[in-house]
Design a binder for this molecule. Structure first.
Ligand SMILES: C[S@@+](CC[C@H](N)C(=O)[O-])C[C@H]1O[C@@H](n2cnc3c(N)ncnc32)[C@H](O)[C@@H]1O
Length: 290
């Protein structure tokens, strides 16, 4: 028997949208029904009201149009932190947690820093929602974290996230290093790195172009950062970069050409070489991990 609009259950509605990510559908239902995922899944027979169906239809229309769920929901989890997001920022990706992990590994050890009266300084270039800087601030309360972005709306959102989470960050409105002063122990960046001709860009049309696209086949911003980072790093400081899955060799070359060695790369959760780094003034060959 055909179902009428007012006899559609949670389970039936979930099956109506096979093209959309199951997690987005479940979270849409949780938001609409104001319940947890556990409750939702154990009440798959619950009938949705017409008002609920109307709201869900509005969300699925937007999801079908390529609007990320995080923009509809206004939140995205990263490194266990709930971040506010809107269309002014890139939705933080789980893969970027690999960059956070590697950055934590390069920071001076907490006990060593305390014993030597050090307060390590870190700079996050192109902070967007503040994801990387805030994840690091959550892990290392003993370091001084600075973050910049060229986009004023992104910075405003990152500042809100910093205040909401109670994780202090020094924010700077800056075109890469143009408005940055002083030297750091670690510089980390997830800059735009997609080639303007990359066909995958179509699927990302709802996210800001300035967060995604770079000239020179996606390498222009990575090159600028590699060229100038040493001026803003203490001796033996580290530069760590996220980049495209096929840009590892090019980024290791940029690091090595600019005095960072050994130029190393590791793979993200999907098994792609997506994070590369090197140390200012160190000696060594090129290394690939994982
Ligand atoms: C790929 S997004 C990364 C956002 C965030 N760090 C993350 O990992 O989710 C790149 C960020 O770089 C910023 N950006 C682009 N060009 C910039 C520039 N010339 N100077 C500073 N930030 C820039 C964008 O506004 C965007 O927030």
């Amino acid at each position: 028997m055909a179902k009428t609009a007012n006899s559609i259950s949670v389970g039936h509605w979930l099956r109506q949208h096979p093209q959309l990510a199951r997690i987005d559908l479940e979270l849409s239902l949780c938001y609409t029904l104001e319940c947890s995922r556990a409750h939702l899944l154990s009440h798959a027979d619950s009938i949705l009201s017409l008002g609920q169906l109307k709201q869900l239809q509005d969300w699925t229309d937007q999801l079908h149009a390529g609007i990320p769920f995080a923009y509809l929901y206004g939140k995205q989890e990263f490194w266990g932190l709930e971040l506010a997001v809107d269309a002014s920022v890139l939705v933080p990706r789980p893969d970027t947690e690999t960059l956070v992990e590697q950055t934590l590994a390069c920071l001076p050890d907490r006990t060593y820093a305390a014993a030597n009266g050090m307060r390590p300084r870190l700079l996050d270039l192109g902070t967007g929602s503040g994801a990387i800087a805030l994840a690091l601030a959550a892990e290392r309360k003993d370091i001084e974290i600075h973050a910049c972005d060229i986009s004023a709306p992104s910075l405003a959102l990152a500042r809100t996230n910093s205040e909401t989470l109670g994780l202090p960050i020094h924010f700077h409105h800056s075109d890469w290093f143009n408005n940055i002063n002083g030297c750091f122990d670690v510089i980390v960046a997830n800059p735009p790195y997609i080639d303007p001709a990359d066909p995958h860009l179509i699927a990302l049309h709802a996210e800001p172009n300035h967060a995604l696209v770079a000239q020179e086949h996606g390498l222009a911003d990575l090159r600028k950062i590699c060229c100038h980072a040493a001026e803003y790093l203490h001796s033996s400081g580290w530069l760590l970069l996220e980049h495209g899955h096929d840009q590892g060799p090019a980024v290791r070359s940029l690091l090595a050409e600019n005095g960072f060695s050994p130029a190393q790369s590791c793979k993200d959760l999907g098994g792609n070489e997506r994070v590369s780094w090197g140390q200012k003034g160190a000696d060594g060959a090129e290394l690939i991990h994982g």
